[in-house]
Design a protein around this ligand. Structure first.
Ligand code: FAD
Length: 458
């Protein structure tokens, strides 16, 4: 297949991934003397921090996604190809994709991350994940399908399993989704399902570490736990889920929580591409880069965002997998690429930490900016404001604002439709294979990485 990309006299910068990093980089190169080619398997940019709101029916999927071509309309040096990237041939400077090979002068890998199931096959097969819009829509459908099933169930343990929800991973995603589900249970479901005894429905948040929101301040950790307790979420710390089968989430060899609804938010791996210098790929599939985001062992290949493992003195385990890291690296790399093309020395990247935040429920969020901690209504307002301005597209901001305002006054999520029923049997057979590959890459189950996902403050 021919990718039909125009031949240009200018160097071609190929960016794989139009997430937070790829999008920002392509924009920053708008006036640079280069041809910019972005390749993504989706034709939209996805605002991942709000995925949990799609999963719990608070926002429409359309309001957290934006078409790539619309974002770049008018940018003359920009070309987009929707394709799955299979690998890199660095000797030939080509990218192997589902639509054919693409030549590059400079390659930037901005592929983000993938859910890490720590090689536990039963969990990968049976749990729901929340990394993409289809994941979030599946989760929404699946939970509501199970409530419909609960109405019909006669076996008490099965009924309980259909109602119970287990969220694994006490990072911001786990905290946000369990808080949101608890609100739904407390305010929305009793009206929709008067025949169900929803007092029996339990929401568990299971975290392997000793605290929720690992990288946040002790004050934020404590406040988030207290908010969840108040909402009736059962927080289980120092607990790991070992396997999940036949509606049973085992946290020891014999003890289990009956549940047909498990959300796995316990960790992520980098989405490294095959063919990039193998010595640079870490155990959790991130690509080690230097302070200019250049991949170790390569000359014209760079990596930014979640997939890039940039170690600094302050962060010896690598910069966190956060949207602001991806965006700041992108903006910095845009300048460095132009310096490199002018034969000037590139400059080192410095991460500016603007703070972190996590929302628990209506009027309740926790925020840490440097040593300042605030929470409650002020934290919640800050969270809403920041996420609103970070959403791409005016329409999306308006729709999100209207949906949030409606939920606020009505105390209920509006979108409880099962439009595309989800069947676990649809889960692909290669899941077991991928779990085994991950097992080889990840030596032990220590799912604290979830805790690095926190919200940008500015
Ligand atoms: C549920 C959830 C909540 C989060 N909440 C927050 C938060 O509150 N605050 C925060 O700062 N961060 C949060 N994060 C993390 C944040 O989303 C990431 O740090 C950020 O998206 C990283 O940007 P990126 O550009 O590296 O990758 P991404 O934004 O993940 O983009 C990667 C892109 O690459 C494409 N891609 C990947 N592989 C291929 C391939 N082989 N071929 C073609 N295309 C490919 C994908 O389709 C995607 O568009 C959250 C993440 C999740 C999953």
């Amino acid at each position: 297949m021919d990718t039909n990309l125009p031949v240009s006299a200018q160097p071609r910068v190929v960016i794989v991934g139009c997430g937070f990093g790829g999008l920002r980089l392509a924009k920053e190169l708008a006036d640079a003397p280069v041809q910019v080619v972005v390749v993504d398997r989706n034709n939209y940019h996805n605002f991942q921090p709000l995925l949990y709101q799609v999963a719990t029916g608070a926002l429409e999927a359309d309001s957290i996604a934006y078409p790539v071509r619309k974002i770049f309309a008018g940018q003359k040096n920009f070309f987009f190809r929707m394709a799955d990237v299979k690998g890199v041939n660095s000797a030939a400077n080509t990218l192997q994709t589902s639509i054919g090979d693409i030549k590059y002068d400079y390659l930037v890998v901005a592929t983000g991350s993938l859910t890490n199931f720590f090689g536990i096959e039963s969990i990968e097969k049976n749990a729901m994940q929340i990394k993409s819009i289809p994941n979030a829509l599946n989760l929404r459908s699946y939970i509501f399908q199970n409530f419909e099933q609960a109405l019909l169930a006669t076996d008490p343990e099965h009924k309980q399993a259909l109602l119970n929800i287990v969220v694994v991973g006490g990072g911001p995603t786990g905290v946000e989704i369990s808080g949101s589900l608890a609100e739904m249970r407390n305010h929305v479901l009793p009206k929709d399902y008067p025949e169900l005894d929803l007092k029996k429905m339990q929401i568990f948040l299971v975290e392997a570490g000793p605290a929720l929101l690992g990288p946040m301040s002790k004050a934020s950790q404590g406040d988030a736990k207290r908010y969840l307790d108040e909402l009736g979420v059962k927080v289980m710390l120092n607990t790991g889920i070992k396997r999940y089968e036949e509606g049973k989430a085992y946290y020891s060899d014999t003890e289990y929580i009956p549940t047909e609804n498990m959300v796995w938010a316990a960790g992520v791996n980098g989405a490294a591409l095959p063919g990039v210098a193998e010595s640079s790929v870490t155990r959790n599939k991130r690509i080690t880069v230097n302070q200019w985001n250049r991949v170790e062992g390569e000359t014209n290949i760079f990596a930014i965002g979640d997939v890039a493992n940039m170690v600094t003195e302050e962060m010896p385990k690598g910069l966190p997998m956060l949207a602001p890291v991806a965006q700041q690296q992108a903006a910095h790399l845009a300048k460095n690429l132009q310096r490199i093309m002018r034969n000037e020395a590139p400059q080192d990247f410095k991460y500016f930490d603007k703070g972190v935040m996590a929302i628990v429920s209506r009027n309740k969020a926790v925020v840490d900016i440097k040593n300042i901690h605030f929470k409650g209504f002020l934290g919640w307002l800050s969270w809403l404001f920041i996420h609103l301005i970070l959403l791409v597209g005016f329409r999306n901001r308006v729709v999100a604002l209207v949906d949030w305002a409606f939920s606020y006054v009505s105390s209920g999520q509006a979108l409880r439709l099962i439009i595309r029923p989800f069947n676990k049997r649809d889960v692909k057979d290669d899941k077991g294979k991928r779990a085994a590959e991950q097992a080889a890459a990840t030596p032990e189950y220590n799912p604290t990485p979830s805790a690095v996902q926190t919200a940008p403050v500015v």
